[in-house]
Design a binder for this molecule. Structure first.
Ligand code: MAN
Length: 561
């Protein structure tokens, strides 16, 4: 065999192996038969102006510029410098860009699959069983070579492998359907979660608003209250203390003023007596001008005095004020000095005697009135420095915890929404793989792929792990690779590529990144990993998720699942 490798290299052009007709020249492929039907002449395929005698076909002399007169020999193999390489080894289609008209020597390969062999391998003394299992390429037996027909055995093995591949593919596609189902279920669960979270967020939003309103209301209604500070006694207590001592001070002062008044009254009475006596006893005939003036002034003074003393402040009233405060007279200070009640409670104690609905109503109205009075500068506001009432603190905490619960839930909701919108490939199939990891070794490392998460290079020698990139997106790329016998290859066509970027920085270079090429396989497996260039890794990975599911007509995948 000329090249090692696989049956997979067989260039399968025509299935059903159109047997070459007896009358056709050697090496004519099925699609060129029409050019060789004349028994007498041959017209060069790419140069119709040149007509040859039929005997010039396959006479081992290259007569047509495009080599079309030598389908069964190597005579025209050199007309194009690329000819030896055309068609490409293992080319499935057998097409070529060469200017030669014919793609190669057609091996009928009866019992297997017909294919084209490059002209230069015709009659070169080597049996090219990979492409020409019937041995028809060596009809001159150059160098004494005898190429037996091996198409039965090769064809049988080929069909066995084909069947195996078909079954593998079928199983892989079935697995993919299961993955799609599981992913769909996961998606549904995320949707349910989102719906629940939306309800919870709505409720928490309402709760938050309610708690805010409650807090505002409590804060408003508590603003005018005197609030006790820890360990200092209430302001009311301080006020009561101050008021009591002030009242006592005033009472003492009044007491002293009353004593002074009495002393002065005594003096006035004495002086009035002296002047009365002077007026009655002085000698008007004694011409003493000073005495006369004094008597006259006294008479004027006496005439100006009211006949009755002014009675608007009775001594009894003053005595009443001067009495010590007690439970029965004046202010009962004890009532204000004991107990935990706030001033508001003290002020509203009487409300307790009202029927409940009335009490609440009155309380609310009075509260509003008090708040209004504070807001309009009629009553003093409560300074904040001394702290706030327990009620306000509790309302604030309730509001804060509702706000917090709301934002936590909102965060969860947004996270789930992002998760739902993420691209998990066709049919969402990769959703179910997220977070799962597989690995495969290459050289001194194990290479791990964690789906939609990161890729890691793990030293077998116990050195640390290296991040080779974090998942960013799914792309598609066209690949053209040889089919492998074991099926662990990408083959040819559009393939999904997972991009992992921004891994650990490369010494003197960029951050590591990995391109993960996906091929269809029955199980998830890292087929191979190579460092394509420094710190740029290429992983080839098989997975049923990467299979193409060709649905039966009329059964779209989404309806089926
Ligand atoms: C380590 C590995 C290699 C990489 C070099 C770069 O040895 O991550 O894959 O090429 O670092 O310095």
């Amino acid at each position: 065999m000329r090249r090692t490798g696989a049956l997979a290299l067989l260039g399968a052009i025509a299935h059903g192996s159109l047997a070459a007709s007896e009358s056709l020249p050697r090496g004519v492929g099925p699609e060129f038969v029409k050019f060789f039907e004349s028994k007498t002449t041959f017209t060069c395929i790419g140069n119709p102006s040149i007509t040859l005698k039929a005997s010039q076909v396959n006479d081992n002399s290259c007569d047509c510029p495009d080599g079309s007169d030598e389908p069964g020999t190597a005579a025209c193999a050199n007309i194009d410098p690329l000819s030896p390489e055309q068609p490409l080894p293992g080319s499935v289609t057998g097409t070529t860009n060469t200017t030669a008209a014919l793609p190669g020597f057609w091996c009928v390969n009866a019992g297997h699959v017909g294919s084209y062999l490059p002209f230069m391998y015709v009659n070169d003394g080597v049996c090219d069983y990979e492409l020409c299992c019937d041995g028809s390429d060596e009809n001159t037996h150059a160098g004494g070579v005898q190429c037996e027909n091996r198409c039965d055995a090769i064809g049988k093995e080929y069909r066995r492998l084909e069947e195996q591949r078909r079954q593998n593919k079928e199983r892989s596609v079935k697995k993919r359907r299961t993955l799609v189902k599981e992913s769909r279920e996961l998606r549904r669960r995320v949707e349910v979660k989102i719906a629940n979270l939306k309800t919870e967020v709505r409720d928490l939003d309402a709760k938050k608003a309610e708690m805010q309103a409650k807090f505002d209301e409590v804060e408003r209604s508590e603003r005018g209250k005197v609030v006790k500070s820890e360990g200092q006694g209430g302001k009311l207590g301080v006020l009561v203390g101050l008021a009591k001592s002030r009242v006592n001070e005033l009472r003492n002062t009044l007491d002293k003023v009353m004593d002074q008044r009495d002393d002065l009254q005594d003096k006035v009475d004495q002086l009035e007596d002296i002047l009365t006596k002077l007026k009655e006893e002085y000698n008007p005939n004694f011409n003493d001008e000073g005495v006369k003036a004094a008597v006259k002034a006294w008479e004027d003074y006496a005439a100006g005095q009211p006949s009755e003393p002014k009675g608007d402040l009775a001594d009894s009233d003053i005595m009443e004020v001067l009495k010590e405060d007690s439970e029965t007279s004046g202010i009962n200070w004890a009532e204000f000095e004991t107990g935990e009640a706030s001033d508001v409670d003290v002020v509203y104690n009487w409300e307790a005697y009202l029927p409940v609905p009335v009490r609440d109503y009155v309380h609310q109205k009075l509260n509003l009135l008090r708040v209004w009075a504070i807001e309009n500068g009629i009553l003093a506001d409560n300074p904040t420095s001394g702290g706030e009432s327990r009620l306000v603190t509790a309302a604030r905490e309730a509001r804060d915890s509702a706000t917090n619960a709301h934002s936590v839930k909102l965060g969860q909701l947004e996270e789930e929404q992002r998760e739902l919108e993420k691209d998990y490939g066709p049919d969402d199939v990769f959703r179910v793989l997220k977070g799962k990891c597989i690995s495969g070794e290459a050289g001194e490392y194990d290479y791990e792929l964690c789906w939609f998460d990161k890729t890691t290079q793990k030293s077998k020698k116990g050195h640390g792990n290296t991040n080779m990139g974090n998942f960013v997106r799914i792309d598609k790329e066209f690949v053209d690779e040889e089919e492998r016998l074991d099926g662990k290859g990408l083959g040819k066509g559009q393939r999904l590529v997972l991009r992992y970027e921004n891994g650990q920085g490369c010494w003197n270079g960029p951050n590591r990144r990995t391109d993960v090429y996906l091929g269809c396989a029955e199980t998830d497996e890292v087929w191979r990993t190579v460092e394509a260039e420094k710190c740029v890794y290429r992983m080839e990975v098989g997975s049923p998720a990467a299979c193409e599911d060709v649905q039966e007509p009329g059964v779209p995948i989404k309806n089926e699942l």
